[in-house]
Design a protein around this ligand. Structure first.
Ligand SMILES: Nc1ncnc2c1ncn2[C@@H]1O[C@H](COP(=O)(O)OP(=O)(O)OP(=O)(O)O)[C@@H](O)[C@H]1O
Ligand SMILES: [Mg+2]
Length: 209
């Protein structure tokens, strides 16, 4: 049911998911082994009820056991039109723990552009290019991933994520060659169309590399 492929066996409370759990555990181990290693992106793709959320919970358990920081978020069918909803959820633990001046430091020159998307800065008057916001979020999450290494990001129900988050995710996926962070995305096949579908395809392509 998934696009993850590895062979080692692992014990897990899930039936017939040893291969997926082993791949997820291996990805966590790789992340924890070396902070200068490349990151990775795994996509769990399957129909409703096949255990995607359960696998993400297992990933969290394994990652926390290994001492990782784990942040998670999920798409919501009724929240698809709320820009940056999912990435804001994802970064919530970092954002609430930071003083305003720290947040400004982590966003650096991107603060005025990406801060409003994250709900930590007032929007300015002028038009903001969505691509710049996306670039700012990529830069901000990259800094946080270095600060909080080993960091695992879990995104459930990505087929319902807002398209701005999916744009960020597809751009962030491109950074993983030189950023040690593990991203696990769960999604149903279908349920998504248009721009969001294209971003999800780019995410899947990055996962295959
Ligand atoms: N392989 C499995 N072994 C044991 N229990 C499982 C397995 N797969 C799913 N379950 C159980 O089935 C229920 C549904 O699984 P889960 O919520 O993880 O599915 P899902 O793929 O996330 O579905 P959806 O697309 O609706 O979110 C849960 O109670 C889960 O623990
Ligand atoms: Mg689920």
């Amino acid at each position: 049911m998934t696009e993850v492929r590895r062979t080692a066996a692992a014990s897990a409370p899930l039936w017939e998911r040893d291969e997926e759990v082993a791949a997820l555990a291996e990805a966590v181990d790789t992340l924890c082994a070396d902070r200068s290693s490349s990151g990775s992106l795994l996509v769990l793709r399957g129909e409703a009820g096949l255990g995607k959320t359960a696998l993400l919970a297992e990933t969290r358990r394994i990652a926390e056991q290994r001492g990782c920081t784990v942040w998670s978020a999920r798409g919501g069918e009724t929240l698809r039109s709320v820009p940056f909803n999912v990435v804001r959820q994802l970064l919530q633990p970092a954002l609430v723990s930071m003083l305003p001046e720290e947040a400004r430091e982590y966003l650096g020159e991107w603060y005025d552009i990406a801060g409003p998307a994250l709900g930590i800065a007032e929007p300015g008057d002028g038009h903001v290019d969505p691509r710049s916001v996306c670039d700012g979020l990529v830069a901000a999450v990259s800094r946080l991933a270095r600060r909080d290494w080993p960091l695992v990001l879990l995104i459930d129900d990505a087929h319902w994520a807002d398209q701005e988050t999916l744009h960020w995710l597809s751009a962030f996926a491109e950074r993983l060659t030189d950023l040690s962070v593990l991203v696990v995305v769960a999604r149903r096949p279908g349920e998504v169309s248009g721009v969001a579908a294209r971003h999800l395809e780019a995410v899947a392509a990055a996962a295959d590399r």
